[in-house]
Design a protein around this ligand. Structure first.
Ligand code: PLP
Length: 466
C-alpha cells in the first residue's frame, strides 16, 4: 500500500455487493444514491483514491463511474470531479423514509491509550477555517444557541458521516454534544426517564463511561467478550437491559472488530425487544489495511444511536461530538440538553463545519492515518526484533494495540515502567468488576506521543518488556 493511499482524496464508505467488482461497486453506489445516503451534488473520491481504498484496479472504478455517468446517476465535469447527479435526488424511500479518565502525561514517556498525537493538531488549517467561519457567521451565531447544535455543522456532518462512515444521517436527527461522554450522559438521563434500568456494557471498557451511566441511576451488567467481539448473540445476558453500549468498529480496549453475525444479533435484539444499541464510533476513521468497517447504525437507524467524536480525529480538548439519533429520541435528547449547562460553543461548531466542508478534515484524517499506521508498523517490527515472545493484537485499526504478557506479569511490568518514567496501562484496568479474570496484557496507546517523543517511547517500552 502506498503512502498516497492515506493522504490523497476523500473518504467514501462502500461495500460492493454481488459478484463482479465493477458491477458490485456500481450497485453499491446506486444504492447509496437511491437511499439518500449520498445526496445530489456530493463529490466522490477520484477513481485513483477510491481504487486504492478498495484495493481494486483504478480502471475498475473509472469504468464504474463512467457507466453511472452514462446512466445519469453521476455527473463528471473537468475541474469539479465526479458528483452525484442533481436529478437523482434522494428518494427517501425504504430505510430512510420508513424510519422517518483523561490521560495525563507524566515526566518521561506516555503510552497510555486515549489520546491522539496532540502535537499534530492542524493549527494553521483550523485557524483558516475559524477565520472564514467567523467572518461569515451571522450575528445570532454569537447568542446562546440552539441545544440541537448549529445547523451548519449538522448539515456537513450528515454528508460526511453518510459518505465516510456509512451512517444514515440527516441534519434533523443529529444533535451536537461536548464529546462522547456528554452524549452518553444525555442518553443515560433520557433512557432513565423512559424507565430503563439497565444498559449492558462490554466486559472490557472505559470505566468513566459506566460511571456516567451509574450516576444517571442505571445498572451496567456486562456482556461476555471473545475473539469475535461482544456476545450480543446471548440474549440471556441482555435480559433486563433497555440498551447496549458497544464499540463495534474497534472494541475498546481489546481492538476486536464486532463480527458481522454479532452486529446483526445486536440489531435483532434491539428490534425484538424495543431496545437500543448505543454505537461508540470513537476511532472508526482509523483503519489501516483496508476500508474502515462501516457504522452499525446503517443497519437500523431507528434502533441504533450513532455517537461520534472529534477527540481522536482532531483533539479531545475541542470537546466536540455528535449523536445521530432515531427520530423518536431527538426531542427528548434536545430537551435533556437544553436544561443542562454544558454545550459546545457556536464559534467552534462553525469552525468545525467549515473545516469539514473545505476538505481539511478529510486531509487531516488521511494524513494522521498514515502517521499512526507507520507507528503501528514500527511497534510490530520493534517487538518482533526486541521482544519476540510478545504477541500483539488489535492492530488493524485505531490508535492502540494489545500486547500479551506471560501470566502474572502485568502488574509488575506496569510498575517497572512507571519506575522508569514510562506511563502504561494494563488490560486489567479496563475489566468490568463482574467479568472473569482474563489474560495479562498491556494496552499501548501508540497515538499518544508526539512525533519527536515516539522513538524514545518505543525504545522505553521494549526495555521494560519481559
Ligand atoms: C472508548 C472511547 N470512547 C469514546 C472516547 C471519546 O470520548 P470523548 O468524546 O468524550 O472525548 C474515547 C476517548 O478516549 C474512548 O476511548
Amino acid at each position: 500500500m502506498t503512502d498516497s493511499w492515506a493522504t490523497f482524496g476523500r473518504d467514501l464508505h462502500l461495500e460492493p455487493v454481488g459478484q463482479g467488482l465493477r458491477s458490485g461497486l456500481m450497485e453499491a453506489l446506486r444504492d447509496a444514491v437511491r437511499t439518500g445516503r449520498l445526496t445530489p451534488g456530493t463529490r466522490l473520491p477520484s477513481s485513483r483514491a477510491l481504487a486504492a481504498d478498495l484495493g481494486v484496479a483504478r480502471n475498475t472504478v473509472a469504468d464504474a463511474y463512467a457507466e453511472l455517468v452514462a446512466e445519469g446517476w453521476l455527473t463528471a465535469r473537468q475541474g469539479s470531479g465526479t458528483r452525484v447527479a442533481q436529478r437523482s435526488a434522494p428518494r427517501r424511500t425504504g430505510l430512510a423514509a420508513a424510519r422517518s479518565a483523561p490521560v495525563r502525561a507524566g515526566a518521561g514517556h506516555n503510552l497510555k491509550p486515549g489520546s491522539p498525537d496532540l502535537s499534530a493538531f492542524p493549527r494553521a488549517a483550523w485557524l483558516r477555517a475559524a477565520r472564514k467561519a467567523l467572518t461569515a457567521a451571522p450575528d445570532e451565531a454569537f447568542g446562546y444557541g440552539d441545544p440541537h447544535g448549529r445547523v451548519e455543522l449538522r448539515t456537513v456532518l450528515a454528508e460526511y458521516l453518510a459518505r465516510a462512515r456509512g451512517v444514515y444521517a440527516d441534519p434533523e436527527r443529529i444533535v451536537i454534544c461536548s464529546g462522547f461522554a456528554h452524549g452518553l450522559t444525555l442518553l443515560g438521563r433520557v433512557l432513565r426517564q423512559r424507565r430503563v434500568r439497565e444498559i449492558a456494557v462490554e466486559s472490557y471498557h472505559l470505566d468513566l463511561h459506566t460511571s456516567l451511566l451509574t450516576e444517571a441511576g442505571l445498572r451496567t451488567p456486562c456482556l461476555a467478550l471473545d475473539e469475535h467481539g461482544s456476545r450480543t448473540d446471548e440474549p440471556a445476558a441482555l435480559r433486563g437491559a433497555g440498551a447496549v453500549l458497544l464499540t463495534p468498529a474497534h472494541q475498546f480496549p481489546t481492538g476486536v472488530p464486532l463480527h458481522p453475525d454479532r452486529r446483526a444479533a445486536a440489531v435483532d435484539w434491539a428490534r425484538s425487544t424495543g431496545g437500543l444499541v448505543l454505537e461508540d464510533d470513537y476511532d472508526g476513521e482509523f483503519r489501516y489495511d483496508r476500508q474502515p468497517v462501516g457504522a452499525l447504525q446503517g443497519l437500523d437507524p431507528e434502533r441504533v444511536v450513532y455517537l461520534g467524536t472529534a477527540s481522536k480525529s482532531l483533539a479531545p480538548g475541542l470537546r466536540l461530538g455528535w449523536m445521530v439519533l432515531p427520530r423518536s429520541l431527538v426531542g427528548e435528547v434536545v430537551a435533556a440538553k437544553g436544561v443542562s449547562d454544558w454545550m459546545s460553543g457556536s464559534p467552534d461548531q462553525l469552525t468545525l463545519a467549515e473545516f469539514i466542508a473545505s476538505g481539511a478534515y478529510d486531509r487531516h484524517v488521511r494524513s494522521m492515518r498514515l502517521r499512526y499506521r507507520r507507528r503501528r508498523d514500527q511497534l510490530v517490527a520493534a517487538l518482533a526484533e526486541r521482544a519476540p515472545g510478545i504477541e500483539v493484537s488489535g492492530i488493524a485499526a485505531g490508535l492502540h494495540a494489545v500486547l500479551e504478557l506471560p501470566p502474572g506479569a502485568e502488574r509488575s511490568v506496569v510498575q517497572a515502567a512507571a519506575f522508569q518514567g514510562l506511563a502504561l496501562d494494563g488490560l486489567a484496568r479496563y475489566r468490568h468488576p463482574d467479568a472473569p479474570a482474563g489474560r495479562d496484557a498491556l494496552v499501548i496507546g501508540y497515538g499518544s506521543p508526539s512525533e519527536s517523543a515516539w522513538a524514545g517511547a518505543l525504545d522505553a517500552l521494549c526495555r521494560v518488556l519481559p
